[in-house]
Design a protein around this ligand. Sequence first.
Ligand code: ADP
Length: 697
Amino acid sequence: MGHTIGGSLKTILKFLAIVLLVEAIPFGTATVLTELNIQAEFREARENAQKTAYLLLHNFEQTVEPIDSLLVNVGNALSPTATPLEVYDFLRTLSIPAPIVQLSVVDKQGLVVATNLSPPSGDPISVADREHISVHLGPDPYAGLFISKPVLGRISKRWTIQFSRGWYDHHGELLGVIVASYNIFDFISFYSRLRIDPNSLIALIGTDGIVRARASATISFGENVGSSPSYQTILKIQETPYDQVSGIDGIDRVGYYVRSERYPIVMLVAYDKAYVRSLADDFRLAIWITAAGLGLILLVLTYLALNYHRLQQKLRASALKESARQREVHFLEAMAGVPGVCVVHVTADGSRQIGDTSGSILPELIHEYVASPRFLAATRSLTRPQVSVEYFAKDGEEFEVQLMIAPLEEIDGGARQAATGVRDLVVFAVDQTSKRIEENNLYQMSKLASLGEVATGLAHEINQPLGVIRLAATNALTGLHKGMPIEHMEAKLNRIIQQTVRMSRIIDHMRIFGRKSGMRLEPSDPMEAVDGALQVVGAQLRLENVSISVNGSSDDLRVLCRQDQLEQVIINLLQNARDAIRERRRSVGVEYLGAISIEMSLQHQDTRTPLVSIAVKDNAGGIPDQVIEKVFQPFFTTKPPGQGTGLGLSVSFGIIRDHGGTLTVENAFEGAVFTIRLPALHEAQLAATYQGQASGA
Ligand code: ADP
């Protein structure tokens, strides 16, 4: 359960990752494009605002210029001694632009002398407290055109900006102030008309930070924006971008400030960012729709590509699997074609023979063996090929079969094995029986060859007891004639019996040469084989004056062998040593003393079974280098025809190998050393072998 949840979660995550990866391309591009677009829109808005601000500032200056000259002209034209009525009449003669709601003349004390609106009345109104008056009258009077904050006119009762200038006589003596009151709403309505969206902003601000006229969604004037950082910047330079949230209406705008070079005035034009953004809405919508479409197409394409890939892989994997299976079958069939070889494929469904081996009993034996619980137990945890020799008995015949059991590599990643718990195996069986028979024949041949050589020694060996027997019998007869006591007769007869026992022992051993070797390996004492060999050739060696010594003991040592065969190997080695000694003696002379030693020992090799080693050494000078590597080849001999067969060592080598041992040769200090090494059997193994043989039979 947990497995499937984890599995599906993994699939979902993988799916999401692919979707994200694929969609990142169109949507990432769209995001970048929109961002670039917005930046471009803002830039354009700022440039627009800059142009508009310059235009409006220019317009403002164009508006102020005639007003300024009007103020100057009025000052020049008025006589310092004119009465208020004369001033009034004069003002009335002037053509005054409509937005100027009032033109006033104020005296040095700040009292209104006359306005163009109504004839002067009895008591004059004081405007001395007004900033646009006091700047001109103070101890340090302002000399230029003063543009006031918005004020509510005391006479006109309207919101106006006061343009004021000092009034001087021809000597430069201050006489008073001339004031033109300009209707704020003239500016505001003009600016309002210019706006492109309700939240666009056009503002006329004095360099004192006080707003003269402000047109946006709401119109206003008189606010102080002097503390705004961007406003502080414009006081220092001619123009600067505007990008901020308004402190007055809280709207985020982008725009431009421009400062007048002639008047203490700043012009601000700015657009609502939301509005600027909305200008490109259509474009962005188009981009996102395109991105979504593209994303969808990509997703579908990816899905198709993945599916195609998966399908391809599946096809390839199954094609591979199929070809691997085909190869396997061809290979096994080829193997099964080799004569004497039987190949069996073992699967969970049973065993199947590969190839045709009709006429052989082998397949039948192998099928029976493969079906046995012994085979199942032995192969359950098999990971590497295993080689073994098995003996089968059928219809009174015995078979020796070499088996190679090889586990097969799973083609589908072990799924089948996991399901059935059984591993596919191939069993190669090679019938060794005929080979064994052949070897046996070869062995018999070599025995016959030895027999000739042994005959000489044997003649001596048997002749001697025969001589003793003859003498004893003659003595007994003489004693009988002479009437010797019965004890004398008894001694002679006992001597005869002793000699016949010795003879029959020798003859017993000679039987090897006429007998076919048994098939079975039996646990045996290796020293017995040495003794047996010495009984056969010992007499002959002594006859030739060759000394023999046996060193080491075989206490507790057992090997699994056919004792007569081991004996034959030792006989071969002893005869070869004797031949070498003979040869040496021929070249060196009789004073050379031939010696053969047999050394028995147990050799331990760390983790593996210890080995019983039987070394046969001589002092005949060893084997020449060019000869030593060929000595085990069949029919290789250096001896004259009639004497050597070249079979002794090759048969010996085969015998020892079949016992699971080795026969090696090397040159020691004095002569050649042939060493037989056989796996040693321990008590436990001994018991096991008996059991195994009992159940196998
Ligand atoms: P054969 O004795 O019939 O020649 P073998 O197979 O027994 O056949 O020996 C092959 C050859 O190995 C011999 O001809 C001899 O040259 C060499 N050889 C065997 N044993 C000895 C030994 N102990 N010293 C020197 N040479 C040896």
